[in-house]
Design a protein around this ligand. Structure first.
Ligand code: CTP
Length: 131
C-alpha cells in the first residue's frame, strides 16, 4: 500500500529531461495519484523566465506520462494552499533546490524535498546548445 493518496508537485518542465522524469517517478512511488502543476508562460515571464516550449506542449508531455494522474496550471505564487486544499492532496513534493521554501504548506499536508538528479537542468541544456 502506498503511504499517500494524492501527491502534488510544481514546475516549469521546459525541455523535458531525465531529472524531471526521475523526480516524477519517485513522487509517484509514494502516492496513489500524482497531480503536476505546470507553470504557465505568463507566470514564467513574471518570474523572468522564458520557455522554449509553450505551456500547452509542456502540459501535453507531462499529461502523457504513465506516472502522472492529472496536470493543472500554475499562474501565481499564491495558489499552492488552495490547490492542496481543493484537490485534497496529502503530500507536497519538490526537488531539494527548494528545501524549506514551501514549509508553510505543512499546515495542510506533508511536505518533502527529494534530491535532484545531479548534472542536468533546463538551464544547462540551454547553455550547452548556445555555446
Ligand atoms: N529537478 C530534479 N532534478 C533535476 C532538475 C530538476 O529533481 N536535475 C526537479 C526540480 O527540483 C523541480 C522539478 O524538477 O522540483 C521541476 O524543475 P524545473 O525548474 O522545471 O527544472 P530545471 O531543470 O531545474 O529548470 P531550470 O534550470 O530552468 O531551473
Amino acid at each position: 500500500m502506498k503511504k499517500y493518496k494524492r501527491a502534488i508537485t510544481y514546475g516549469t518542465f521546459d525541455l523535458f529531461h531525465v531529472g524531471h522524469l526521475r523526480l516524477l517517478k519517485r513522487i509517484a512511488a509514494l502516492a496513489e495519484e500524482l497531480y503536476v502543476v505546470v507553470s504557465s508562460d505568463e507566470f514564467n515571464s513574471l518570474k523572468g523566465k522564458k520557455c522554449v516550449i509553450p505551456f500547452e506542449e509542456r502540459a501535453e508531455i507531462i499529461e502523457s506520462l504513465a506516472c502522472v494522474t492529472k496536470v493543472l496550471r500554475e499562474d501565481n505564487w499564491e495558489q499552492k494552499i488552495s490547490d492542496v486544499k481543493n484537490n485534497h492532496c496529502d503530500l507536497f513534493v519538490m526537488g531539494d533546490d527548494w528545501t524549506g521554501k514551501f514549509d508553510f504548506l505543512k499546515d495542510y499536508c506533508d511536505v518533502i524535498y527529494l534530491p535532484r538528479t545531479p548534472r542536468i537542468s533546463t538551464t544547462d541544456i540551454k547553455n550547452y546548445i548556445k555555446n
